[in-house]
Write a protein that binds this ligand. Structure first.
Ligand SMILES: O=C(CO)[C@@H](O)[C@H](O)COP(=O)(O)O
Length: 307
């Protein structure tokens, strides 16, 4: 079962006291700190960069910096971020001409490699090859560019689909996640939870982190149990009425081997239908809403929307 980790997003921190803010979160029980890096091109905002990350790393040496690179040239910053002490490097698939090449660059530095998809990007754009090469997939649940936006529940079927395809991979959600929306994320199968305003602005960040962790851990346990049941219970399998997907055969000690594993497709349907709410149609590739990822943000900043 994938472990559950909570990563407060520093976009909601008091940036003038970033070192102190990161320490405050770690003392409150955060596992990772989610460092949002924006280049003013991929998103209409500019935040952080390698020199600042380097200074945080010096002040908070045991920090795990989960660097979310909202940049148009994902390969360009890999070396700088690694030298600054980045632990994980997430690039956007929308910005990468050759995602596998970016993954190779990242891995060569020793950082964990992760790929992100925007709300308008279907999960089918993550090929099996890419999903198997990365350490984590980030499903954005808001359009990237700013904190404090409304959670987009329509992204949940993508989380469920990725969890079904990659049962042991880290699947992260980011944007509008907090106590009110955690169950949707957890039930769909997310195990790495990014939350900015919900944690930083809370009276007790410790309580919020503990709440998110507990809800997510309970859901992961449920999902693991259900997966076991479906994988090894022929009755459950036939009840799901699967037809055409023939995969490898699986067995476990003490149980009869199952017949050819038609279950991945069945399990996927089960997860999507039973666990996630929102539209079941696959999402089509799309762009941020008119005016930029965050209504008013582009205008407010005097910038034009990205395509
Ligand atoms: O990457 C982003 C936004 O671009 C996120 O990390 C947000 O910063 C999350 O903030 P909240 O929605 O949790 O306040």
């Amino acid at each position: 079962m994938p472990r559950v980790l909570i990563a407060p997003s520093v976009l909601a921190a008091d940036m003038g006291n970033l070192n102190h803010e990161c320490k405050r979160m770690m003392e409150a029980g955060a596992d990772w700190l989610h460092m949002d890096v924006m280049d003013g091109h991929f998103v209409p905002n500019i935040v952080l960069g390698a020199p600042i990350l380097s200074s945080v790393k010096k002040a908070v040496p045991n920090i795990f910096m989960d660097c979310h690179m909202m940049v148009t040239e994902p390969g360009r910053w890999v070396k700088d971020i690694a030298e600054a002490g980045g632990s994980s490097y997430t690039f956007h698939i929308e910005a990468a001409d050759d995602p596998m090449d970016v993954v190779r660059l990242i891995k060569a530095t020793g950082m964990r490699a992760a790929v992100a998809i925007n709300p308008g990007t279907p999960s089918s754009e993550i090929s099996n090859e890419l999903g198997e090469a990365v350490d984590m997939i980030l499903v954005m649940t808001v359009w990237p560019g700013a904190g404090g936006q409304k959670f987009m529940k329509e992204c949940m079927p993508k989380v469920a689909e990725l969890r079904a395809r990659f049962p042991n991979l880290d699947v992260e959600v980011d944007g509008g996640v907090g106590p009110k929306t955690i169950d949707r994320c957890a039930d769909a199968g997310a195990n790495i939870i990014v939350a900015g305003t919900a944690i930083f602005n809370a009276d007790s960040p410790r309580d919020v982190i503990a709440f998110l962790r507990n809800r997510c851990t309970a859901a992961q346990e449920r999902i693991a149990r259900e997966r076991e049941q479906i994988l090894f219970d022929p009755a459950a399998d036939s009840a799901l009425d699967d037809d055409d997907d023939q995969g490898p055969t699986v067995s476990r000690p003490g149980s009869r081997p199952t017949t050819p594993l038609s279950q991945p497709r069945a399990y996927l349907r089960h997860l999507v239908a039973r666990r996630s709410s929102g539209a079941l149609e696959p999402m089509k590739r799309g762009n941020p809403p008119e005016g930029g990822p965050v209504k008013g943000l582009s205008a407010q900043m005097g910038m034009t929307s990205i395509g």
